[in-house]
Ligand binder design. Structure first.
Ligand code: SF4
Ligand code: SF4
Length: 272
């Protein structure tokens, strides 16, 4: 079983073509700028959010908080009330149940992309799911990851995955720890490993105030050369919790600042 936060049946921003994007609940990073921090922890069934629901879509059975998605009006008051960086709006899935949902929409998609939270924390589940999606539906399987799980030790999962999208949040270990709570040593090991086996579709860096983004963009560009895409996401304050707002402020980079990073990346790729 795996806990799923959300499924977007048709997405055109999570890899090539029209894809079903599956967001798993739970992450081992705690990024200051995370804009959906309710995906970080699993619900501990404290029940605090139940009374915030105006339409009785939340209730407890056997000390477990249950979410009725048919009653839910999507106001997110429950998420705002949770101080555990969690959400009651998650669902437990078996591989077979998730596969059946994918199968229903399979004629209309090119593949699936699993994301999070951090999806690779469910690596055994993903191996079983990808085997069915690839061999029974003939769809591609992409992973969007923070790179924290050593992929050299998950060869079966890597073999089953068509391509990876990898976040490199900072090239500097101290800054990475400050930003995420975790070292970047495994992330950089995965970056080099995935490049060497030609499984990297895209690297992403969030451009945010009070980070040495320039150093990260320069050093990552030198590593990836022109072997994969490098995408820059602009920091925005929406959904960011107080400690993130204190660190990064209210205002993210404008279009011109993002374009400067695109030019920097291009100039490095052209001169290598
Ligand atoms: S979502 Fe948060 S507030 Fe609601 S029961 Fe779970 S841990 Fe408690
Ligand atoms: S998002 Fe849904 S479950 Fe949560 S408080 Fe609003 S209606 Fe209730």
């Amino acid at each position: 079983m795996a806990l799923v936060n959300k499924i977007i049946p048709f997405s055109c921003i999570d890899g090539p073509g029209n894809r079903t994007a599956i967001f798993f609940q739970g992450c081992n990073f705690k990024c200051t700028y995370c804009h959906n921090p309710e995906t970080i922890n699993k619900c501990i069934n404290c029940g605090k959010c139940i009374s915030t629901c105006k339409v009785d879509a939340l209730f407890k059975i056997d000390n477990k908080v249950i979410w009725d998605d048919k009653k839910c009006i999507g106001c997110d008051d429950c998420i705002k009330a949770c101080d555990n960086l969690s959400s009651p709006k998650t669902k437990d899935y078996s591989v077979d149940k998730l596969f059946e949902e994918i199968k229903e929409i399979s004629p209309f998609i090119q593949g699936i992309t699993v994301s999070g939270g951090e999806c690779t924390l469910n690596s055994d589940f993903l191996v079983k799911l990808f085997k069915k999606v690839k061999y029974e539906l003939n769809l591609t399987c992409f992973i969007d990851t923070n790179g924290s799980i050593d992929l050299t030790e998950h060869k079966e999962l890597v073999d089953l995955t068509d391509k990876f999208m990898l976040d490199v949040k900072s090239i500097d270990e101290y800054e990475h720890i400050k930003l995420t709570g975790v070292s970047n040593d495994i992330v950089l090991k995965n970056l080099k490993y995935l490049l060497s086996i030609e499984k990297l579709y895209e690297v992403r860096t969030v451009i945010a105030p009070n980070l040495n983004n320039e150093e990260t963009v320069i050093e990552v560009s030198k590593i990836i050369k022109d072997k994969c895409k490098y995408k820059f996401n602009a920091y925005r304050k929406y959904g960011v919790r107080k400690e993130g707002l204190d660190f990064h402020g209210e205002v993210g980079p404008n279009e011109e600042e993002i374009n400067n990073f695109i030019e920097l990346r291009k100039s490095i790729a052209n001169n290598l």
